[in-house]
Ligand binder design. Structure first.
Ligand SMILES: Cc1cc2nc3c(=O)[nH]c(=O)nc-3n(C[C@H](O)[C@H](O)[C@H](O)COP(=O)(O)OP(=O)(O)OC[C@H]3O[C@@H](n4cnc5c(N)ncnc54)[C@H](O)[C@@H]3O)c2cc1C
Length: 412
């Protein structure tokens, strides 16, 4: 929870935000109105802004790719300097960062919002250039990949064959996306009258489908009902594109499976500059799985560098990596940062809120909202978080992009 009372302060602090994605832009806009006199700098080379939650709809032919494209300049506040560069080094002991243009930027306070790296290289034989060829699709992480994935799904649900659906182990962004792609593909094959010709197998790297237990139970019953097979403990480690063959590590050793279509979801990790810096978790599961940014999971403050905060996909917290968690994290990070500037105790608290409109078919979804304790925390009492419904579908298809843009502007 955050309160407005901690905001609107006067300071000469130099505040640097690294990353101008969902979290970085939301933080820049909130800070630009919450403090006066500060020098706020945003660093990111990327000019275009992608509404990533729309990529699932692009990859399944429901949205056109142009709908997820935007420009960062529309969201950067006037009183914020935007350096178009990438950070190559974080030096928190010296309170400075270094960019790929050789520029050194000193700061008093830092917000790290670099998002994450989709680690295609971790799957032997895989490269992003292969998406859209030899039956390979991947909804992550841009409209070009999503469009080429749609071409593959379009072909697969027309011609039939064996479809393998995968999911990288550990923290990935929008953990619902690999499931949504599988369910929408199944739905499309059914609508096209081709369901009998399509064999679908979802390969889970562990023994679950979703971290929230009620939803996990629902999916474990729903997939067999829809005749989607499940391979447990199947982690994709390699592909041979010309042979259309995938290798999975399993508890019984490696196994090879043939496919006509494969949806590849590689492991994900922190970007290099962050993972190689002292800001990353140094030990424990968040170091082993992704080298994520170390933060206190409730205050979003770095425990070893109290002038550093984090938000978004880059942070090492038990759940999250959704735009919905960005919306909840950024106000907490900004308010607590202001408390540090004004030498007051940190009172804003993030409870782990994350959400996913889990699309089960075209026109239906389940709005799953939960917290660190994996308890359901529904925002809309009239929509059951346990049942497919048309309302979350309408939200996903029509309303959430506007809410996302309002978040970028720091308005919600
Ligand atoms: C297919 C898909 C479906 C999704 N569906 C949903 C959904 O239904 N609901 C939901 O809530 N969320 C969903 N998400 C997740 C959501 O989009 C992300 O969690 C959110 O965009 C994360 O915001 P971010 O700012 O952390 O990262 P991003 O928005 O990815 O931004 C990170 C920025 O940091 C920059 N950067 C990286 N490294 C550096 C560096 N070294 N120096 C400077 N800048 C750097 C990048 O250029 C980028 O602009 C989905 C995502 C995908 C891919």
């Amino acid at each position: 929870m955050t309160s407005q009372s901690a905001l609107a302060i006067s300071t000469k602090a130099r505040i640097v935000i690294v990353g101008a994605g969902a979290a970085g832009l939301a933080a820049a806009n909130r800070l630009s109105t919450a403090v006066s006199g500060a020098r706020i700098t945003l660093i990111d080379r990327r000019e275009r802004h992608l509404y990533q939650p729309g990529l699932t709809l692009v990859a399944t032919g429901i949205w056109k790719p142009g709908k997820v494209e935007d420009r960062n300049e529309r969201y950067v506040p006037r009183n914020v300097d935007w350096i178009r560069a990438s950070v190559t080094q974080f030096e928190p002991d010296a309170n400075r960062i270094i960019t790929d243009t050789g520029r050194t930027v000193d700061y008093d306070f830092l917000i790290v919002a670099t998002g994450l790296h989709v680690d295609f290289e971790a799957v032997e034989g895989m490269s992003p250039d292969l998406i859209g060829r030899e039956g390979i699709g991947c909804v992550y992480d841009n409209p070009e990949h999503a469009t080429r994935t749609w071409e593959m799904i379009d072909h697969f649900t027309t011609q039939g064959g064996i479809g393998l659906f995968t999911r990288g182990p550990g923290g990935i962004k929008c953990a619902g996306a690999p499931l949504k792609v599988a369910m929408l593909t199944e739905d499309l094959a059914m609508r096209r009258g081709n369901r009998e010709r399509v064999q679908m197998i979802y390969n889970s790297p562990g023994t679950g489908l979703f971290s929230q237990p009620d939803m996990d139970r629902f999916l474990k019953e729903d997939f067999p009902r829809r005749n989607i097979g499940i391979n447990w403990n199947h982690r994709l480690i390699g592909i041979e594109p010309e042979l259309r063959r995938a290798t999975f590590a399993t508890s019984e050793g490696n196994t090879r499976l043939d496919y006509d279509f494969i949806h590849i979801v590689p492991p994900m990790r922190a970007p290099d500059a962050l993972r190689n810096s002292p800001l990353a978790w140094q030990e424990g599961s968040f170091a082993d799985d992704g080298n994520w940014l170390e933060v206190d999971r409730h205050t979003m403050q770095h425990p070893r560098y109290p002038n550093v905060f984090g938000a978004g996909d880059c942070v090492g917290t038990p759940i999250g990596k959704t735009a919905a968690s960005v919306k909840a994290q950024v106000p907490v990070a900004v308010e607590n940062l202001i408390s540090v500037i004004t030498d007051r105790p940190l009172t804003a608290h993030y409870n782990g809120y994350t959400s996913c409109p889990l699309i089960t078919s075209r026109g239906k979804a389940i709005l799953v909202e939960f917290d660190y304790d994996l308890n359901m925390v529904p925002s809309f009492p009239f929509i059951s978080p346990y049942r497919e419904h048309w309302v979350p579908w309408v939200m996903k298809d029509w309303l959430l992009q506007a809410a996302y843009n309002a978040m970028l502007r720091g308005r919600v």
